[in-house]
Write a protein that binds this ligand. Structure first.
Ligand SMILES: C[S@@+](CC[C@H](N)C(=O)[O-])C[C@H]1O[C@@H](n2cnc3c(N)ncnc32)[C@H](O)[C@@H]1O
Length: 257
């Protein structure tokens, strides 16, 4: 298989810098939402694809799952190993890619892939692989950032106006596709890819306005309790307008056909 994968991917670029409340809220909701959709049961075989530091994999193992984390990046797997040695629950680490899962057909109860599919050279092939390694009644949970969210649309529009008036170099913005991403996902695209191999059982859209220009600074002004209430309220609105939400979480079972 001839796929270009970064074998030394590093999350430093993604997680460094100032984290305003909206970012902290989004990351936490994404983790909570994904974990609650996976809802691990004791003894279930679960694979976290694109596991990074394996923080999610560990949480799933702590709930009783027999968990493996898969990632192609040697750097991330080393960090995961260091992280896991400090913890009690066991997570098996596997070096590999989502497009060629080294697991037997129908051997797993659940697979999860959080914030990673837009780094894969061939997301469609990976989704097909997920459907094949899962037991017929198994479940896949995929969480992905929506680059057609309300904030991305607004950010791009306002930025293009600014560029017209202010000439010169402009720094990269959060609404442009990050350089380490292979695909730009939006709501219809992710649903379309998943539906080819899965029956969609649940969709959980998460958060609204993340990375809107100045939003992080504005939402950090009121007392924390009020900011949190606003963010929770926006999260509730996101559920009604999935195509504008910041992140989409989907759960599905493999198609029988
Ligand atoms: C943004 S990180 C997400 C890590 C983790 N799931 C989380 O939520 O913290 C994306 C991960 O996908 C991994 N990745 C990139 N291409 C991949 C592929 N083809 N198959 C599996 N994982 C891949 C990267 O090495 C990286 O660890």
């Amino acid at each position: 298989m001839d796929l270009k994968v970064d074998l030394d991917w590093d999350d430093e670029e993604v997680v460094s810098g100032v984290h305003y409340l909206d970012t902290v809220f989004l990351f936490n909701r994404m983790t909570e939402g994904t974990q609650s959709m996976v809802a691990p049961r004791k003894g279930e075989w679960i694979l976290d694809i694109g596991c990074g530091k394996a923080a999610d994999a560990l949480q799933l193992a702590e709930c009783g799952g027999k968990v493996a984390g898969l990632d192609p990046s040697g750097r991330m797997l080393r960090e995961a190993k260091d992280y896991l040695t400090k913890c009690d629950s066991a997570v098996a680490l596997v070096r590999g890619i989502g497009e060629a899962l080294p697991f037997k057909k129908h051997s797993l109860d659940k697979v999860v892939c959080k914030g990673a599919l837009d780094h894969f050279p061939d997301p469609q092939r990976s989704i097909k692989e997920m459907s094949q390694v899962l037991k017929p009644e198994g479940e896949a949970v995929i969480a992905i950032a929506n680059f057609e969210s309300l904030s991305c649309r607004f950010g791009r529009a306002s930025h293009s106006i600014i560029k017209k008036f202010i000439k010169g170099d402009h720094p990269r913005t959060p609404w442009e596709i990050p350089l380490d991403h292979t695909y730009k996902f939006d709501y219809p695209m992710i649903i379309g890819l998943v539906e080819r191999h899965f029956e969609v059982k649940k969709i959980l859209p998460i958060s609204l306005l993340w990375t809107t220009p100045y939003w992080g600074k504005i939402i950090s002004i009121p007392p924390r309790r009020i900011s949190q209430t606003i963010l929770v309220f926006l999260d509730m609105i996101a559920r009604r307008v999935p195509s504008l939400s910041d992140v989409i979480i989907i759960k599905g079972t493999p198609r029988c056909d």
